[in-house]
Design a protein around this ligand. Structure first.
Ligand code: GLN
Length: 288
């Protein structure tokens, strides 16, 4: 009589308990994602074959993923992907893992992007925002910039895999753009965490690129530079959309108005936290 076999059902049950005890978020879902990755199948398949014992190589792959997850590696890096705005984006430790809150930025940017218009994504990371805009507004011209060459490799691969036409440029914010370029929409999820928040981040977030998170003393260091430069890159009536920290509720819209935007307002995410500032340039004066 052999020992009881490791079926998906038994493994998931065991791992769920183990992850809960290790303080891993969403223990069941995490176990399912890792098992599906080890088996090279999707999550639904796990339940179709729930009583089929795993082979040794599969079991070894799964154990390694479980061990690394328990030690704080983000699930998205372990499985190499994260869903964002209904699509699957490849991710690795060179890019921030796309967050559900950032879908708010995409929704607002799509609402502001006219058919045939142009959009700029600053600090594109995995390309999640730029690719979602390009696929959400066919015919729009989308440009995406990042300071990190590694991030741009990830973003380019995502755009190619998902069939999105995006122009990628390497450099610091607006620096790599051709002089005189104008956009209907400028969107960014820049690093915006205040320095004081960095030490207390979840261990998973600490594995993500510091360049994508660290917003300086008040978290506004990069946001301020974007707001000050954006008016000369926006078309008349153009819209600036910035993801932000909850502490930026008052100062960020105020900075936008001071920089010459006609209107600026903060929006909250589904958790009720201030998460996005939307600022609009004055429309062109009517023809005389
Ligand atoms: N929302 C991210 C977090 O909570 C921060 C992302 C950023 O700085 N752009 O970790």
């Amino acid at each position: 009589m052999t020992a009881e076999a490791w079926t998906p059902l038994r493994l998931l049950g065991w791992t769920q308990g183990f992850f809960a005890q290790k303080g891993v978020d969403a223990p069941r879902l995490t176990a399912e994602l890792l098992l599906a990755s080890a088996l090279g199948c999707d999550r639904v398949r796990l339940y179709l074959d729930f009583d089929k014992p795993l082979g040794d190589p599969e079991l070894a792959r799964y154990r390694e993923l479980v061990r690394r997850r328990a030690e704080g590696e983000p699930t998205a890096y372990l499985v190499g992907a994260r869903e964002f705005f209904g699509r699957r984006f490849a991710v690795d430790a060179r890019v921030l893992v796309p967050r559900p809150e950032t879908e708010l930025l995409v929704e607002a940017a799509l609402a502001a992007l006219p058919a045939g218009g142009s959009a700029l994504d600053l600090g594109t990371g995995s390309g999640a925002v730029a690719v979602s805009l390009a696929l959400g507004r066919p015919g729009a011209r989308v440009t995406a910039v990042d300071l990190s060459a590694g991030a741009l490799e990830v973003a380019r691969a995502n755009a190619a895999a998902l069939g999105a036409a995006v122009d990628f440029l390497e450099g610091d914010l607006f620096a790599p753009l051709p002089p005189g370029a104008r956009f209907d929409v400028v969107a960014s999820n820049p690093p915006y965490l205040p320095a004081g928040d960095l030490a207390g981040l979840q261990r998973e977030v600490k594995r993500e690129p510091r360049l994508a998170l660290d917003g300086g003393a008040d978290g506004l260091q990069v946001l301020r530079r974007i707001v000050e430069a954006a008016p000369r890159w926006l078309a008349p009536g153009g819209v600036l959309l910035l993801e932000m920290h909850e502490s930026h509720l008052e100062p960020l819209p105020a900075l936008c108005r001071a920089a010459g935007f006609e209107r600026a307002e903060a929006r909250r995410d589904l958790a009720g936290l201030p998460r996005l500032t939307v600022a609009r340039m004055a429309a062109a004066p009517p023809p005389a």
